[in-house]
Every structure is written in structure tokens, then in C-alpha cells.
Ligand binder design. Structure first.
Ligand code: COA
Length: 201
């Protein structure tokens, strides 16, 4: 087991999550049924169909242990599909001349940290987010990408995790998000749309 000085770059190896990696490693569980199901049954299909690319962080000391998985996909924030208040929040850090364009983004489609390692002070989830931030800011990034976006589970733990990592809700309140999604009164708001501005934070 690791201690609180766990360093993702040093103590784990990042690999594209392909068939060989899935077969070599023990099954991944983060104790979220939908996520576990996605990583076990759909992630490889998303990869071959170019719908989402999944990356695995495998423990350097035990190479059959996957510590965390994330699925990324290109995204775009199209202003014509957003409420005015959300547009204002997004554009806050963008110079005036460039306001009004659609913004390129990367979507965190799925993110999970293995249940034996999450919430234990190793900060694996936060270090995965730090990696993604650096990766998409890097001069080697092949396309422009201004925001990281995620439909985060609408529960206090998950929202706290993203917010402590600098993500902000696009809609100020649940009510605002519900109205924009036209959910009515009976349907639950299962996710909150969060963004991270790669230039500002
Ligand atoms: C959310 C998740 C990726 C965070 O990973 P992690 O390695 O525990 O995260 P870190 O150690 O960097 O940060 C821990 C923080 O996340 C919060 N957290 C979020 N979900 C948590 C969970 N299920 N258990 C414990 N802590 C959780 C903790 O409150 C903690 O905050 P604190 O440091 O202020 O006490 C991980 O808990 C997980 O895989 N959860 C299940 C799947 C999930 O909800 N994914 C997000 C989908 S949008």
C-alpha cells in the first residue's frame, strides 16, 4: 500500500486502456455500478469507435493493479445552446474580441479511482485531474482546448471533489440547471455540468 506521499507520475504508469491492458490487469472496481460496467464492457468499444479514449494508471509496484481510469472525448461548448447566465460565466476570462465564439473543450466522460485507493488520502483522483489539466495546456496538445467539462454526479462527495479541484458549475443553482434542461418537477437532476477554465485556473 502507498502512503500520503503517493505521486501518480512516479508511482504509477499511464497507459492507453486497450485490450492487452484490460486482459493483463485485474478487473477494475470503483464501487459505482454504472462506471464499473462501462469500464468492463464499453470502454474498449468506445476506443475502437473513436467515441472516447480511456487511460489507465497502473501501479508501478504491482503492474496488475489499475489505480484509476478516465475516459476523455472532444467536446464543444456551443453558445447558442446555453443560457445567457451560463455564457456570461464561461466568458468571464476570455478577452472581449473573442467572445461569442464556440469554445473547444475536453469532456471527462468517466472517471473512477479503484475502491481500495480512493478517499484514502492518496489524492489519486485529484492527481488525475492535475495530469489532464497539464496535458491539455501543453504546447504539444494537437488542438486548441479551453475548457475541461464534466457531467458530475449530483451528490455532495463528487461535487466537493471537483470543486476542490477548481471546477465550477455552469449553472449557478440546481433550479437554473433544471429550468435549462426542462426537467420539470418530477425528474431528478442526476448530474451537474461543471467546467474548468484552462487559462484562468
Ligand atoms: C470521485 C473520485 C474519482 C475521487 O477520487 P479520490 O482519489 O478519492 O480523490 P482525492 O483523494 O483526490 O480527493 C478526495 C476528495 O474527494 C471526495 N470524495 C468524492 N467522492 C468520494 C468517495 N466516494 N469516497 C471518499 N471521498 C470522496 C472526498 O470528500 C475528498 O475530499 P477532501 O480531500 O476535502 O476530504 C473517487 O471517489 C471515485 O472513483 N468515486 C466513484 C466514482 C465517481 O463518483 N466518479 C466521478 C463521476 S463524475
Amino acid at each position: 500500500m502507498f502512503d500520503s506521499s503517493f505521486n501518480l507520475a512516479r508511482d504509477a504508469v499511464r497507459l492507453p486502456y486497450v485490450k492487452e491492458v484490460a486482459e493483463h490487469c485485474a478487473p477494475f472496481y470503483c464501487n459505482d455500478k454504472d462506471l464499473d460496467d462501462f469500464f468492463q464492457n464499453d470502454a474498449l468499444f468506445y476506443d475502437t469507435e473513436l467515441l472516447g479514449k480511456t487511460y489507465a494508471w497502473v501501479s508501478a509496484e504491482n503492474t496488475s493493479t489499475i489505480l484509476g481510469l478516465v475516459t476523455l472525448a472532444n467536446d464543444s461548448l456551443k453558445l447558442q445552446h446555453l443560457a445567457k447566465s451560463a455564457i456570461n460565466r464561461l466568458q468571464r476570462g476570455v478577452p472581449n474580441a473573442k467572445r461569442g465564439i464556440n469554445f473547444p473543450a475536453v469532456l471527462i466522460g468517466r472517471l473512477g479511482v479503484a475502491s481500495d485507493y480512493r478517499g484514502k488520502g492518496f489524492n489519486i483522483g485529484s492527481q488525475i485531474l492535475d495530469f489532464i489539466k497539464d496535458w491539455f495546456r501543453s504546447s504539444e496538445n494537437k488542438t486548441g482546448c479551453r475548457f475541461i467539462v464534466v457531467d458530475a454526479y449530483n451528490n455532495p462527495h463528487t461535487l466537493h471533489f471537483y470543486e476542490k479541484n477548481g471546477f465550477k458549475p455552469l449553472y449557478k443553482s440546481e433550479q437554473e440547471e433544471r429550468e435549462f434542461l426542462e426537467l420539470g418537477d418530477s425528474k431528478p437532476l442526476e448530474t451537474r455540468f461543471l467546467f474548468f477554465d484552462l487559462k484562468r485556473q
